[in-house]
Design a protein around this ligand. Structure first.
Ligand SMILES: [Zn+2]
Length: 346
């Protein structure tokens, strides 16, 4: 365990050193004027806002349905912003999915399967979505996809990042975090050799997961609705400023990188044998130290955190993850730096 912990710290250190080097390279070029002061990126043209990827996470369903009727709020000059319900059959039934989780099937194997009525509904739907907004990894795909989710966990405003070296998204997340302050907005980095999953939004050049909670499945809360709406507003404003030629100076954000998923203790039949300890309930993003209580069984037995690393738990007691055998995920905190960016048009 100690070995793993040290390895991870070394890996994080390497990542941070890489980012810091990028940061200092940019600063030096700025200082000596050897090259353009910012990394030029193509302007953004096409954006999609997905709701209902999970049909019982109602904030995104409600907002997208509203924007389909009246899109004034998401309109930005020169930009195509398309609201879209991704899993209409699950939305109709107010369930997470019909046959399988739409947010896990966007790998190239599923997307290239021959279309057939025998395929799970969500795989067929994934192919339609890939056709409309992709194809994934092609030049024709949408520039940005915002995918709107709710969690039953106490995670507040959360942005999900899939790639730690994406300057454009780090800059966007920095802008959103700064605009929302003092309301906290956390960044969950799901970059991992085998824990990363094939998300619906991954068809876009810049995939953005938006996760706001706590909110029970099938419920709408005004506070959560307001927070998600503000996140989208700031994200669109950022893109608007970027397209208009604003230069964003180098920045840094704090992120929580996935390390490991932790299952509930189970009995010999595979049934859950202990629940999240009250000291851990609702404590997403807060440090959890070795020896701190994690689970408690019906007979009062407390199961503490093992290992010798302090971790930051997320998705604590998420309702949808009982079937995925995930009681919470352990994360480690690190800082990502982004170079200065500006649009190529200016
Ligand atoms: Zn979801």
């Amino acid at each position: 365990m100690k070995c793993l912990c040290m390895l991870r710290q070394r890996e994080n250190q390497r990542l941070q050193e890489f980012c810091l080097k990028q940061y200092s390279d940019v600063n030096q070029t700025r200082l000596f004027g050897k090259m353009a002061s910012c990394v030029a990126e193509e302007p953004i043209k096409k954006i999609a806002i997905f709701g209902g990827t999970h049909g019982n996470e109602l904030t995104g369903v409600f907002l997208v349905t509203h924007w389909l009727k009246n899109g004034a709020e998401i309109h930005r000059e020169g930009l195509e912003v398309k609201p879209f319900i991704t899993n209409p059959r699950a939305v109709e039934k107010c369930t997470r999915y019909i046959d399988c989780d739409l947010n896990r099937v966007f790998n190239l194997e599923n997307l290239s399967k021959e279309m057939s009525e025998d395929l799970p509904y969500e795989v067929r739907r994934a192919q339609e979505i890939n056709h409309l907004f992709g194809p994934k990894n092609s030049d024709n795909c949408y520039d940005v996809v915002f995918d709107l989710h709710n969690t039953t966990s106490n995670m507040g405003c959360t942005l999900i990042l899939e790639d730690s070296r994406n300057d454009f998204l780090i800059q966007m997340f920095h802008y959103i975090k700064t605009s929302l302050a003092p309301l906290p907005c956390y960044v969950y980095l799901i970059e991992h050799p085998f824990l990363k999953y094939a998300t619906t939004r991954s068809i876009a050049k810049y995939p953005v997961g938006i996760e706001v909670g706590p909110q029970p499945q099938g419920v709408l809360r005004a506070d959560i609705l307001d927070q998600m709406r503000r996140m989208i507003k700031h994200a669109l404003d950022f893109i608007h400023h970027f397209n208009k030629g604003k230069e964003f100076p180098p920045c840094a954000i704090e992120v929580y990188k996935i390390m490991e998923k932790v299952d509930y203790p189970r009995n010999e039949n595979g049934d859950v044998a202990a629940v999240i300890h009250p000291h851990l309930q609702d404590q997403d993003w807060k440090p959890l130290h070795p020896g701190d209580p994690v689970f408690v069984s019906l007979d009062g037995k407390v199961i503490p955190l093992d290992g010798d690393c302090t971790v930051y738990p997320v998705f604590v007691n998420e309702a949808a993850y009982y079937e995925k055998k995930e009681a919470f995920a352990k994360t480690t905190k690190l800082t990502l730096n982004a170079k200065s960016i500006c649009s190529t048009l200016h």
